[in-house]
Design a binder for this molecule. Structure first.
Ligand code: MTE
Ligand code: MO
Length: 348
């Protein structure tokens, strides 16, 4: 049965991908999760009305048409995007924000141009340190705060793409048509949609979306003094079976995905006895930088009863996915093994 997106709010539009669509390496555009702080533009802007401005700490400010960007050398890269708040609802202790389960993540093959090439053309000044992105979406709410985010210059130069294509199609309106930023391996908040202005700064951009949110803080702590959410955490998810599913005994195909942001997943192990023993899962499908790995584990189960399944990823640096995630007020970065456990009933 085909499931619909799980819509958490209409205004702004926030919806997560149902598990069944997380079982393929490519997440189809139609079911790719959507996360918005503001109002999605109502209709695609005519390309003749659109331009990209690059200004700030540069010797040569630029205003580029879509055609000029389209004619530049094209890069094609895979990249898994995860919303910073994905899995927030799976924390035992409540955290504030959209109640994502595991579907605030997706993988796509993106076509576009390297941000580095545009920044090189604009001739960066010596005091350039951060790159701020601004989209065309209109803020919601009376404060009218624009979603402007900046990333460090090193990230902008080493591994950031401006994408106009998603899985072989023009970037869909929902996902930022005609152009979006992608800080590869970093959370969605660093990937501004409907991009139309890039400002090179001598320091991080200051504003609500930089200083008050996308920070990992505890109660009573000033968000601005806390860690900024950047790279996607090492994590694995079980996409089949689903929570509380009833299954017959025999051979059960356990499916899942594992991802590590800028790092690389090396191994996934599975437990079907609530963490007592662990078995290696087998990777299936493509293996590309910045993209998740799909995995499977064939579980032979003979006795009926309740079973708790868990998966745990290790990256090539030897880092292990934590058994429990670090809680923070806004519930970012939940990558705990236990928080993602799936309990099933085996019947006859
Ligand atoms: N202009 C703009 N870009 C944005 C946002 C936004 O509200 N406005 N939301 C960000 C957040 S928090 C996430 S998780 C990703 C989601 O990208 P998607 O909707 O294409 O999945 O977009 C990011 N880019
Ligand atoms: Mo996000």
């Amino acid at each position: 049965m085909k499931k619909k997106m799980r819509v958490m709010s209409q205004k702004p539009f926030n919806a997560e991908t149902p598990n069944q669509y997380l079982r393929s390496w490519i997440t189809a555009n139609k079911v790719f999760f959507a996360r918005n702080q503001g109002q999605i533009p109502e209709k695609p802007i005519p390309l003749s009305d659109w331009s990209l401005t690059i200004e700030g700490e540069v010797n040569k400010p630029l205003v580029l048409s879509f055609d000029e960007i389209y004619r530049m050398p094209k890069a094609i890269v895979s990249n898994t995007i995860e919303c910073s708040g994905n899995s927030r609802s799976l924390f035992e202790k409540k955290a504030t924000g959209n109640p994502w389960t595991i579907g605030g993540v997706g993988n796509a093959v993106w076509g576009g141009v390297w941000l580095r090439e545009l920044l090189d053309r604009s001739e960066l000044k010596a005091n350039s340190h951060h790159v701020a992105f601004e989209g065309l979406d209109k803020p919601l709410g009376s404060a009218q705060i624009k979603f402007i985010r900046s990333i460090p210059l090193e990230k902008a130069l080493s591994s950031s793409l401006l994408a106009y294509e998603m899985n072989g199609e023009a970037l869909p309106l929902k996902h930022g048509y005609p152009l979006r930023a992608l800080a590869l391996g970093w959370t969605g908040a660093n990937c501004v949609k409907w991009l139309h202005k890039i400002t090179v700064l001598d320091r991080p951009f200051e504003g609500f979306y930089m200083d008050k949110v996308y920070r990992k803080f505890q109660k009573g702590q000033d968000p601005k003094t806390s860690e900024v959410v950047t790279g996607i955490n090492l994590k694995s998810i079980i996409t089949q079976p689903e929570q509380s599913e009833k299954l017959g005994a025999g051979l059960v195909t356990v499916l899942g995905a594992a991802y590590a942001g800028e790092a690389k997943v090396e191994r996934v192990v599975i437990s079907v006895d609530n963490g007592k023993t662990w078995h290696a899962a087998t990777f299936i499908g493509p293996d590309e930088p910045y993209a998740w790995r799909q995995w499977q584990f064939l579980w032979s189960v003979k006795e009926k009863g309740e079973y708790t399944l868990m998966s745990r990823a290790t990256d090539t640096q030897g880092n292990q996915q934590p058994m429990n995630a670090d809680w923070n007020v806004l519930g970012y970065g939940n990558n705990g093994v236990r928080e993602h456990a799936v309990t099933v009933q085996i019947t006859f």
